[in-house]
Design a binder for this molecule. Structure first.
Ligand SMILES: NC(=O)c1ccc[n+]([C@@H]2O[C@H](COP(=O)([O-])OP(=O)(O)OC[C@H]3O[C@@H](n4cnc5c(N)ncnc54)[C@H](OP(=O)(O)O)[C@@H]3O)[C@@H](O)[C@H]2O)c1
Length: 281
């Protein structure tokens, strides 16, 4: 399978690392359908992964007053890419975000399903949700929503590295995505040209306290932090808008025979590998 990846960033390159010669990462910035079509014609892929997007620097708070750039990168660019893929007759797997859901779902188990409507207020999440709303109507597009990536490879976008540098951490519980499992799921979705929305999160939920407990046990026994509530993140001036915390039900992957490891099993394995990778640095 020849895969063309748009988005020369953290996740695009993590996928390329694993997929090797099967994949090419485009370095092009897409501002029109033709920009995307030029790349598709040049590389002649069988399938396309959209791992491009605007997350803001240093974080999504940047998007709150850079609305046009955020809309262009997270809503318009995916639509342009979907148009180009339709013209070229190529399947597109678009990376969405589970951060379009805030709080508990209306379901008894409190978990959000793939077909549930998002309820985001922040600009970043609204733009991601807008792309999902329209792209999910297309017959050649799949949408893979991830949440809080956890990786054995140290990186700025890795939740382990992020939390380890915060002096104050919010005491919350969430669905999360283990990167090794995600890369394997993406490959399977691309192979199957699976359409519709997929929650690419490991079964179960994880508390930040569990992650930091394993970090202390396996990576840095001297690590300390202060625990605060999600509300205190904003009232203490550490973020402009409250962050999304939620549980995602990953129901559609099973329909395609795709599984992910339970989160606690994958988490320990990942932090063990992360500790080894840190020692080797
Ligand atoms: N990492 C997470 O925590 C997370 C969670 C949920 C969902 N996601 C989604 O996953 C995707 C990848 O995230 P990531 O962590 O890999 O982000 P990243 O490291 O910031 O990479 C995104 C890449 O997209 C590029 N890009 C932006 N606009 C573009 C355009 N118009 N055309 C082509 N490339 C463009 C950026 O280039 P420049 O830097 O040069 O602008 C950057 O290289 C994003 O859609 C994000 O919303 C990520």
């Amino acid at each position: 399978m020849k895969i063309l990846i748009f988005g020369n960033g953290y996740i695009g390159n993590r996928c390329k690392d694993v997929w090797g010669d099967e994949a090419v990462v485009s370095t092009a910035h897409v501002h029109s359908k033709h920009d995307a079509l030029d790349e598709i014609r040049k590389h002649q892929p069988e399938v396309v992964l959209n791992a491009a997007g605007v997350k803001g620097h240093p974080n999504v708070d940047w998007c709150e007053d850079h609305q046009i750039e955020t809309i262009a990168g997270n809503t318009m660019m995916p639509i342009l890419l979907a148009q180009a893929c339709a013209d070229a007759g190529v399947y597109l797997l678009h990376m969405g975000s589970g951060c379009i859901f805030y709080g508990d779902s209306p379901h008894e188990d409190r978990a959000w399903r793939e077909e549930d409507f998002g309820n985001p207020a922040p600009v970043y999440s609204r733009c991601k949700w807008a792309a999902d709303l329209v792209l999910s109507t297309l017959p050649h597009v799949g949408i893979a929503r991830i949440r809080m990536p956890i990786d054995w490879k140290p990186a700025g976008g890795n939740l382990i590295d992020k939390l380890a540098t915060y002096p104050k951490i919010i005491d919350v519980e969430n669905s999360v995505t283990i990167i090794d499992d995600m890369i394997s799921v993406f490959h399977q979705l691309l192979e199957k040209k699976a359409t519709g929305i997929f929650h690419v999160t490991n079964p179960g939920t994880m508390k930040h306290r569990e992650l930091m407990g394993l970090y202390k046990e396996l990576v840095d026994p001297a690590h300390t932090c202060e625990w605060i509530s999600n509300e205190e993140l904003v009232t203490q001036g550490l973020a402009k808008k409250g962050r999304s915390n939620n549980f995602l039900a990953n129901t559609r992957l099973a329909q395609f025979g795709i599984t992910m490891r339970p989160v606690q099993e994958a988490l320990r394995d990942t932090i063990q590998k992360y500790a080894e990778a840190k020692k080797a640095l």
